[in-house]
Design a protein around this ligand. Structure first.
Ligand code: HPA
Ligand SMILES: [Zn+2]
Length: 354
């Protein structure tokens, strides 16, 4: 990418677009350097000789081959400070990319299963998010995500434990998600958990249609009552479903570099993001697990520009979609949308903005 002389300018334009990141697993932001640092701090032996050796292992053939390394990487997180350091590193990086608001998924079960308390997890992540809100003006929400390869009962137990902390983290924790191995773990497995969460007033999202079929997207909408779908790229396989997503303006939080790394698409040119955008779907661009997939949010926008021929107009539309698809209240959305419009007014717009 650095061979292209226009890249710095386009990257600068992308980074200056006020935008939200809506699909980001905080455990997926642990860079190999930080994994090694935390392992050393906590006296944990890693099965890799060096940072480079760990990074070299990031060659995935599907979602499960990634998840195995992702859970192993997360095992270095022990103390409140570890969760704080990880979250601060991500937020500083997001600031560089022009993120004005982040909706961040975290997987408590990944940690409670190892004996780390749910309070430690919440506390470290929240301390960093509040600090960045106060010092950098970047807002954020937390999406507590259940691991779908575990049982419904384990999700219910996790929810009950988290609810004891709800008041303490009411400024951040307002949504529920569902992640991990999709195939064989359909939405219906968590219908009762989601019904309970809806009753409790949480905003709802779930991964669907990443590796799983389009029917999982439909079931996430009908059985889980989600407002937003994480990934959802396989929705196109069912034209009636696609039309419903467009008509009802249901956001898809798409992660192009993730899809490439996990072989959901064979190459970037074949990604359906641009096609869905042109059809009128409310698609957004996000980084998923940036430390593992080779790029943060601006890298994902840049890949779309480069391989899907998106111009500045479309990139701005994606940024606008990210604000519209966020769980922010209307007045805060409007504020960011006005700043986006002002930035576009001032930008030295090339022909493709006409
Ligand atoms: O891309 C993903 N899909 C499912 N589960 C995940 N957990 C972290 N990243 C992912
Ligand atoms: Zn994800």
């Amino acid at each position: 990418m650095s061979d292209n002389p226009s890249t710095p300018t386009l990257l600068d334009f992308i980074q200056r677009l006020p935008k939200a990141e809506l699909h980001l697993h905080i455990e997926g932001t642990l860079e190999p350097e930080l994994i090694f640092q935390l392992a050393q701090r906590n006296g944990i032996a890693l099965p890799y000789a060096s940072i480079d050796a760990l990074r070299a292992a990031y060659q995935f053939e599907d979602l499960q081959s990634f998840l195995d390394l992702y859970y192993a990487g997360a095992s270095v997180l022990i103390t409140e400070n570890d969760f704080y350091d990880m979250t601060m590193a991500y937020m500083r990086r997001a600031q560089q990319d022009g993120i004005v608001h982040a909706e961040i998924m975290f997987d408590p079960q990944t940690h409670t299963q190892r004996g780390v308390s749910i309070q430690t997890v919440f506390s470290g992540i929240a301390r960093a998010l509040r600090e960045m809100r106060n010092t950098a003006g970047i807002s954020s929400y937390l999406i507590l995500s259940f691991l779908r390869h575990l049982s419904e009962e384990e999700a219910q137990t996790t929810l009950t434990a988290a609810l004891a902390l709800r008041e303490q983290y009411a400024d951040l924790w307002l949504a529920i998600g569902l992640d991990s191995a999709e195939r064989g773990n359909p939405p219906e497995k968590f219908a009762r958990v989601y019904a309970r969460c809806k009753e409790l007033g949480f905003r709802l999202t779930a991964h669907a249609g990443e590796e799983g079929p389009a029917s999982y997207v439909r079931d996430a909408l009908d059985l889980l009552q989600v407002e937003r779908v994480d990934h959802g790229v396989r929705s196109e396989e069912d034209p009636a479903l696609m039309q419903r997503l467009i008509n009802d303006a249901i956001p898809l939080t798409v992660c192009p570099l993730s899809n490439l790394k996990l072989c959901v698409v064979d190459d970037m040119q074949q990604h359906n993001l641009a096609r869905m955008l042109q059809q009128g779907a409310l698609v957004t661009v996000n980084s998923d697990d940036p430390a593992y997939f080779g790029g943060y949010v601006a890298d994902n926008y840049l890949a779309c520009a480069e391989y899907l021929n998106l111009g500045r107009k479309e990139l701005a539309e994606l940024a606008r979609n990210s604000l519209l698809a966020s769980f922010l209240p209307a007045n805060e959305k409007d504020h960011h949308l006005e700043l986006l419009a002002a930035m576009l007014d001032q930008a030295d717009l090339p022909d493709d903005m006409q």
